[in-house]
Design a protein around this ligand. Sequence first.
Ligand SMILES: C[S@@+](CC[C@H](N)C(=O)[O-])C[C@H]1O[C@@H](n2cnc3c(N)ncnc32)[C@H](O)[C@@H]1O
Length: 326
Amino acid sequence: MLQNLIKQIQIPMRNIPRTFSVTTKNFSLKSEEAAPIGVEDAIKDWRGRLRKAGVGDIDFNLKCIVAHVLKRKFNTISDYLSTSLNDKQVQELNRLCEARCGRMPLQYIIGEWDFMNITLRTAPTVFIPRPETEEFVQKVINEYRDVSELNLLEVGCGSGAMSLAILHELPQVRSFAIERSLTATHLAKENAKLLDLEDRFEVFNHIMEADNYLPPELCEKTFDVIISNPPYVKTEEFQYLQPEVTAYENLNALDGGPDGLKVARLVFNLASLYLRFGGKLWLELGTDHPQLVKRIMNRQYSGRLKYIAGYKDQYKQERFVEIERV
Ligand SMILES: C[S@@+](CC[C@H](N)C(=O)[O-])C[C@H]1O[C@@H](n2cnc3c(N)ncnc32)[C@H](O)[C@@H]1O
């Protein structure tokens, strides 16, 4: 169970950032500047320090940081150890490695990360999209590929990852989102703009609560589909999470209360009010949630919402839930 939780919520390290959008510059050294320093020399102390700090996959971390310092695309550097850095770049490398030793997630240090086929800006405290969410989003995309029009609502959009990946893939979708964090709301808007998807994406800074599910602008609408990856970590499980998660991500993005379904229960109510008949609610949840959700649907939402199925993630754990408005 603990292994599952760690897999689910740990910050991904192998989602390679393919596309740093910053421009490549030539740093020509003036004669009075110090000679370039080989990366091997510049990083030699950092290997040990990162290891001591408990950072895993050190080579990958260092390569990402060096690529970022060089303002190069990660995948354009075949052998990062044979590159060299000027003085200013070494200072920048030291600053970023120090932050990584403090367990700041790589995604925050670098400032952007790939999610499916899009690159998203990241910002401290805003939830970093996880690899399993890519599977979840792919499932939703496959489901609606042939539909001619779709009105979607996302509850808790964070950086905008899920909605924006769907909009990027499906031009017939229009998405509305709510998000309680102001920083995340701004970031989601910024990401939509950078991806040229702002015409089809509207995000509202709103805290969904019982009897105040949606902001006034959305209260009159009904939706064909609602998606959410709500906070679902049980409060007692926080002690097992990595420092990257507990120290840097926003706990409001993670804490699902005693059984992990505190926010999901609000989403159920919201869906029973705002989904059109026949519309679907898709949720990404924890491993022991789908069966619990099935029982909750049968007991409390009979005649309003119907549990259709649970689906497995790449670790063969049932995590994704499909519910229909009846
Ligand atoms: C697990 S994160 C998922 C973020 C994004 N969907 C993703 O997959 O990357 C949950 C998000 O829901 C937001 N959230 C939590 N409770 C909320 C509430 N009551 N109303 C609106 N947003 C909420 C959090 O701020 C956070 O951004």
